[in-house]
Design a protein around this ligand. Structure first.
Ligand SMILES: [Zn+2]
Length: 439
């Protein structure tokens, strides 16, 4: 069985990583709905350029259930306004999302009390995805895109699956949303035609570990729904920091859905999720460009950008200064060959010169306490780290497909034994938790 490696498209500035040689680094693409609604022609052009890859559009319906401040940005006059991309998404998804946004209110379960509302919303959300190319046909750019399509001798691209509307559930709200989410899935089947209907399951971490055992209910309800596939997103679930209890619960959730005949895809997953695919628990794993192996449901601030290096043997992004420590302790400055075989030999690591991953530039930032100077990675540094990261991710997917689960587990143990003495037990402990959860 093979696993589908999805890459999430963040912004148009990232397009270059998906094109040219970048096309070898992933199997398929997931777009965010607001980006699609906001830049339809550019997305359509991009879809045509990458038509052999296939794509999904995440309709992001959950965005409208949170405090509206998350959907606002300040304009040049300092006024808070709904982001244009979000407004455009709401325009395309229709009611009740649109009318609630106009009243500056979030949607709640009570907005979905009647079946006709559920039916109409499901139809709009599915058609927003399936009609993406048709929508663009009404625009001027289509003439140019049509020629491109002919050049590539490809038929009109369409999403490889259609995602039903969905809302985020936590331990305190799942009993309010679960029924509505399932109704929305079942109402979507009427509009999904030949395409695979997908459910998106977005939950808080507390759902995984709640003593009320919402997991069993979710498996039962989603398992019996019309969806053929379930896309899982656990809020801020970083499998490097996750406890054994959380990892085991995540596995139980995915396994449960799988046993109900669903294809299961992790929308924000790291190497642990890729390993689960070897156990035939996950059919696909998606990540973004470097920052997308876990993600918060409500957008959080970016934090301070720091030079980091994806350290393949431990499968996480390590602070560059920590990487220097390991590099020195392992004697890789003297033996480039050993570094290339144990860590990475991608186009950026081949020459063994690792200093280039740590080049920063001083940036002056205004803080309440006054002006501070911080060292930010340069654009070149970010670019190199990203290319290296994408190479590592591709290697992870390929390795998992080519080795047996015992060999993969042995690799984890070997890494623990090698790096525990250099970085301490805690820095390698996630490999232990992964190894145990895979048994
Ligand atoms: Zn590399």
């Amino acid at each position: 069985m093979s696993v589908t490696h999805y890459l999430r498209f963040g912004t148009h500035a990232e397009s270059k990583y998906f094109l040219g040689n970048g096309k070898d680094m992933y199997d398929s693409i997931i777009f965010n709905g607001n980006m699609v609604a906001y830049t339809q022609s550019a997305i359509a052009a991009f879809i045509i350029n990458t038509h052999e890859k296939g794509f999904l559009i995440d309709p992001q319906t959950h965005a409208f259930q949170h405090d509206l401040s998350y959907l606002k940005s300040k304009n040049s006059k300092g006024e808070e306004k709904i982001k244009q991309s979000i407004q455009q998404l709401a325009d395309m998804l229709g009611n009740p999302v649109l009318s609630k946004l106009e009243s500056s209110l979030p949607v709640t379960p009570s907005d979905f009390g009647e079946q006709p509302v559920i039916d109409a919303f499901a139809e709009k959300v599915i058609k927003f995805q399936s009609n993406i190319i048709d929508t663009v046909k009404e625009q001027d750019d289509w003439k140019y895109l049509k020629f491109k399509l002919k050049d590539q001798k490809s038929s009109e691209p369409a999403p490889s699956g259609l995602i039903a509307p969905y809302f985020y559930m936590s331990e305190v709200s799942y009993d309010r949303w679960l029924d509505i989410n399932v109704k929305l899935i079942n109402a979507s089947i009427a509009h999904s035609g030949e395409s695979e209907l997908m459910a998106q399951l977005v939950i808080a971490k507390d759902v995984l570990t709640s003593p009320e055992d919402p997991i069993s209910k979710i498996i039962e309800e989603y398992g019996n729904s019309e969806a053929k596939a379930v896309l899982i997103w656990v809020d801020q679930f970083n499998t490097v920091n996750a406890s054994k209890t959380e990892l085991a619960a995540f596995r139980r959730l995915a396994e449960g859905l799988k046993s109900k005949g669903k294809r299961v895809i992790d929308l924000y997953g790291g190497y642990f999720s890729v390993l689960l695919s070897k156990k035939e628990i996950l059919d696909g794993v998606c990540h973004g460009l470097e920052y997308g192996e876990s993600r918060a449901v409500k957008p959080v601030g970016g934090g301070i950008p720091m030079a980091k290096y994806y350290f393949y043997p431990l499968h996480y992004r390590m602070r560059f200064t920590d990487f220097l420590t390991v590099h020195k302790a392992m004697g890789w400055g003297v033996s480039k060959k050993s570094f290339n075989s144990k860590v990475c030999s991608c186009e950026n690591c081949e020459d063994g010169d690792i200093q280039k991953f740590g080049i920063t530039t001083p940036v002056r930032i205004k803080r309440k306490s006054g002006i501070v100077t911080l060292n930010y990675p340069t654009q070149e540094t970010k670019d190199r780290s990203l290319i290296h990261y994408l190479n590592c991710k591709r290697r992870e997917f390929k390795t998992v497909q080519s080795k047996s689960i015992d060999e993969l587990k042995k690799e984890l143990i070997d890494s623990i034994n090698t790096y525990e003495n250099v970085l301490g037990i805690e820095s390698v402990s996630h490999l232990n938790r992964w190894n145990d959860t895979l048994s």
